[in-house]
Every structure is written in C-alpha cells, then in structure tokens.
Design a protein around this ligand. Structure first.
Ligand code: 13P
Length: 252
C-alpha cells in the first residue's frame, strides 16, 4: 500500500506572522489518523522557525530546492546537509519554476536528487511537460526523459527513498488542472517507465499530482489508482483549503 502524501509548496510567499498563523490553523484542524502524510515546504529563510512550530506534530518539513554541491564557495546556495540540520525530511527538486525560469537542466536536477539522498533527505522529483509539448503529443517523451536522467545517474533503487510529482506546467497556477483521466494516464506511464527497470520499486513509488489542485477537485484526482496525493501550491496557503485537500485522501 502506498501511503498518500499531501505537500504544500508555499513557493515565495508568507511572512513569519503568516506562517505562524497558517501552521496554527493547520495543527488545529489536522485530524487524528489522516490517511495522508502532511508536508509543508516554506521558503529557506523560514525553515528553521516553521520546523520548530511543527516539531512533534504530524506535519513534516520540506524544502523547495537544494544545491547539487555538498559545500563550498557557492554564494546564495543551500546544501542538503544544512536542510537536514534544520529538520527537513524532504526536498523538492526540479520544480518546473526552477527548470524554466532558472534554466535548471535535467542533469542538474539529477545531481540535486543525488545530493539530497546523500544526506538522507527524501527528494520529491518534479516532472512535467509544457503546454506546447502536450499539444505536440510529446508529453511521454518529455516526462520519460526527465525521469530517465535521474534513473541513469542514481539507479532505480534510489526511488525507494524518493517521491515523484507529476506537474504539467500548463496546470500550475493557472486554475486549469489536468483532468483526473489526464493525470492518471501520465501517472501510469511514469509507473510503467519505472517498472521497466524494477516492478517492485514501481509499485511502491508514490507519484503525486500537482497543478491547480483545490478542495473542489482533489477527491476525484486522488481517486485515480496511480495518483498518490498532491503537491499543492496556491491552495496550500489557505488552511481550510489545504485541510480539505488532505481530507480528500480519506482517513485510516
Ligand atoms: P498550484 O497549486 O498553485 O497550481 O501550484 C502547483 C505547484 O507548482 C506545486 O508545486
């Protein structure tokens, strides 16, 4: 059984006061026995403080990015060891905003994935096609390539301690989510692609969907057999919405 994950990617939003309020509201509304693991991904500067607020609670701490290098003269970068040091368990790598706005290559993303795992952080590897790629029928080619570069560098067994997030770029922040069927098709493709190397790993790997997930569409997305939760942007900044998305995974 794959335990679902609902992760809130706060992106570059919030203040110390906003974060404290949001965490307080989340903790107040979090049910006992939620089916899903619950993660929040604050900006770097707030990790330590949010980490303190969620310590000994069911909310786990994740970062939004990591440096591919272990340490050294890399001004402005944050290492995996530092993230571990302030209490992160997970880190997003290869978010489309990093790939497209900051020109991160598949190779750099794969090295970030490896750097995270070297410090026992669980990477959440984002993959996804742009609108023009989908319209050209290239979704599987693009997502397959993004995945393969990581599998080549790290090996399929590395996915035992990783999570994948399928985030079609055209669905992020646009209010236009993939339909549950569109998501399922790509999630099944991802699982098959992993399964070509190792069927057991493919079966155990959690594949989250991200892109305009809201309280109103979460349940139908999460009901698809290969959708193991969500990576939530805008809706994760509102406790009521985020808790409703978490509840859409059910209870256990
Ligand atoms: P939205 O939920 O705002 O579309 O963002 C999705 C996302 O990029 C999460 O990483």
């Amino acid at each position: 059984m794959r335990r679902p994950i609902v992760a809130g990617n706060w992106k570059m939003h919030g203040t110390r006061a906003d974060n404290a309020r949001l965490v307080e509201e989340l903790l107040a509304g979090l049910p006992d026995g939620a089916a899903a693991e619950c993660l929040v991904c604050p900006p770097f500067v707030y990790l330590q403080e949010v980490g303190r607020l969620v310590r000994d609670t069911p909310i786990q701490l994740a970062a939004q990015d990591v440096c591919a290098e272990a340490q050294g003269a890399f001004t402005g970068e944050v290492s995996a060891a530092m993230l571990k040091d302030v209490g992160c368990g997970f880190v997003i790598v290869g978010h489309s905003e990093r790939r497209w706005i900051y020109h991160e290559s598949d190779q750099l993303v794969a090295r970030k994935f490896a750097a995270a795992q070297a410090k026992s952080l669980v990477p959440i590897l984002c993959v996804g096609e742009q609108l023009a790629e989908r319209e050209a029928g290239r979704t599987e080619e693009v997502v397959g390539r993004q995945l393969d570069v990581v599998l080549e560098l790290c090996g399929v067994a590395a996915l035992r301690a990783a999570v994948i997030a399928y985030e079609p770029v055209w669905a992020i922040g646009t209010g236009r989510s993939a339909t549950p069927e569109q998501a399922q098709v790509v999630h099944a493709f991802i699982r098959e692609r992993i399964g070509m190397r190792d069927a057991k790993v493919a079966d155990a790997t959690r594949v989250l969907y991200g892109g305009s997930v809201k309280a109103g569409n979460a349940a139908e997305l999460f009901a698809r057999p290969d959708v193991d939760g969500g990576l939530i942007g805008g809706a994760s900044l509102n406790a009521e919405e985020f808790l409703a998305i978490l509840a859409a995974c059910g209870s256990r």
